[in-house]
Design a protein around this ligand. Structure first.
Ligand code: HEM
Length: 466
């Protein structure tokens, strides 16, 4: 009998065909999610792309998503290098996204409560009030509203009030420009560094520094007065006083303004995509309105009520599937890793294409359709292992995930409860942008046709165990 010897020779990583000089940059820049998915179909789970001459390995698909949470993935991948330039730009020693291992676990523990769903507990009546405030300002009946920008203001108002007790609305544009330039040049590296010399960036950056300094001064004063609040920013300050070597003074500005970097574009893109899907897809709007009306008819809203908005939450999930804000995660290998028969050397900068399965028939029936029912108990398409990763995977998975879900539930339910909205025209097709975070384009507008329900305040929820 002849023994069958398994071929253990590592496979050769295929190079994705591109055009001279720019390589794959243009196609990837236009629609990164579609590009990674197409390459996966053509080349398999590991391939090399060329971004303006920089060769970058991509590992993609459900196996790659699952790999991130395995022991080999947790130990074999780090985040540091992609965020180093960002941290240095602020003259800080660290950010949560840039550290790994034990110090990352420690920092996540400091921030866990402040970024958790519980941070919104007992505050739903206030959240509804902030949303109403922003609806009165930016969603006037009879006018067209730029959806993304209006949500950006709404989110800064809600996140600012919840996490710091103040909403820096006058800084929204500066925060956005700052994020856009910094993520493009220093983290995703799809723009050259000289981009940061632009007067537009310099002005915005100065204003964000000013916001950081003011916030640090306000919280230093709280600390002196013994009035540090019980929220994320309060926790960061307490951690600084407990161990000034770990949470250094020079880290405070970037840590205290961090929630805006993490939550502004991510939430704004997702709820904007949901608005489009709801208005565009026949039969969806009526079900969203019915669920929203039932919620606010209660007069008091709790965290459980918002989590139980099954249909609205499914619309939000569908938006995160079709327009994932994090198309892939960027990591460096800490050592040689083996993945799907390929050997990837140590210190290699990788993109992990976790969103690729979002667009695969194998996991999602008719994947390009906006179909909230795919998340129903009967279908649960997103529960297939590795299929759905809008909040990333592994140790750096989104710390604000549960909070984001309830905030987005409030944003969508309150907006559709309060206003009649319609697309510019029924045949309008959403335009998308790729950077700094992929999602609906700033040009996406809706008609605010009129009021459905008045801004009746909610009664504060009665907290158990208080
Ligand atoms: C639709 C909404 C959101 C989406 C899709 C989203 C997605 C993500 C993803 C994919 C990551 C992982 C990045 C990586 O692994 O490199 C991440 C990290 C993070 N997100 Fe979110 N996010 C959202 C909203 C929020 C909100 C509202 C907050 C808080 C205000 C938040 C806080 C964070 C933090 C602190 C991290 C860093 C975690 C770490 O490095 O350990 N996110 N988010």
């Amino acid at each position: 009998m002849v023994a069958v010897v398994e071929d253990t020779t590592p496979k050769k990583i295929p190079k994705v065909k591109g055009i001279p000089i720019v390589g794959n940059s243009i196609e990837m820049g236009k629609n990164p999610a579609a590009f990674f998915a197409k390459c996966y179909q053509e080349y398999g789970p590991v391939y090399q792309v060329n971004v303006f001459g920089r060769k970058q390995i991509v590992i993609a698909g459900a196996e790659a998503a699952k790999f991130m949470s395995t022991k080999a993935g947790r130990e074999g991948l780090r985040s540091k290098e992609f965020w180093d330039d960002f941290v240095n730009h602020f003259g800080a020693s660290k950010t949560l996204t840039q550290i790994d291992g034990e110090e990352h676990r420690r920092m996540r523990n400091i921030m866990r409560a402040g970024f958790s769903r519980e941070a919104a507990e007992g505050q739903y009546h206030k959240i509804a009030h902030f949303i109403d405030d922003s609806i009165a300002r930016d969603w006037k009946s009879g006018e067209m509203t730029g959806v993304l920008e209006a949500f950006q203001y709404m989110i800064v108002q809600v996140i600012g009030e919840l996490m710091s007790g103040e909403a820096p609305l006058e800084y929204v544009k500066d925060i956005r420009i700052n994020i856009l330039f910094l993520l493009n040049t220093l983290v995703a590296r799809v723009k050259p560094k000289w981009y940061l010399k632009s007067p537009k960036f310099k002005k915005a950056s100065k204003r964000v520094d000013e916001l950081g300094e003011k916030t640090v001064a306000r919280f230093m004063q709280h600390a002196e007065d013994g009035t540090l609040p019980d929220n994320l920013l309060g926790d960061i300050m307490r951690a600084h006083f407990d161990d000034p070597e770990f949470v250094q003074k020079r880290d405070l500005a970037v840590l205290l303004t961090g929630p805006y970097v993490a939550g502004l574009d991510t939430v704004a893109n997702t709820v904007s995509g949901a608005v489009y899907g709801i208005l565009k897809t026949p039969g969806v709007l009526e079900r969203v309105q019915a669920e929203a009306d039932a919620l606010y008819a209660k007069g008091t809203v709790t965290s459980m009520d918002v989590r139980n908005l099954h249909y609205i939450q499914a619309c939000i999930k569908e938006s995160m599937r079709l327009w994932p804000v994090a198309v892939g995660q960027m990591r460096t290998t800490t050592k040689e890793i083996e993945f799907e028969g390929f050997k990837i050397p140590a210190d290699e900068m990788l993109i992990i294409g976790t969103s690729v399965p979002h667009f695969m028939e194998e996991y999602f029936t008719d994947p390009m359709a906006f179909d909230p029912d795919r998340y129903s108990e009967e279908r649960k398409e997103h529960m297939k292992p590795g299929a759905y990763s809008p909040f990333g995977r592994g140790p750096h998975t989104c710390l604000g995930q549960n909070l984001a879900e309830v905030l987005m539930g409030m944003l969508i339910s309150r907006l559709f409860y309060r206003k009649h909205l319609a697309l510019e025209s029924p045949d309008y097709v959403l335009k998308t942008k790729s950077f700094p975070t992929p999602g609906p384009a700033m040009s996406f507008k809706v008609k605010v046709e009129g009021e459905r329900n008045p801004a009746t305040p909610l009664t504060p929820e009665v907290m158990e165990n208080v």
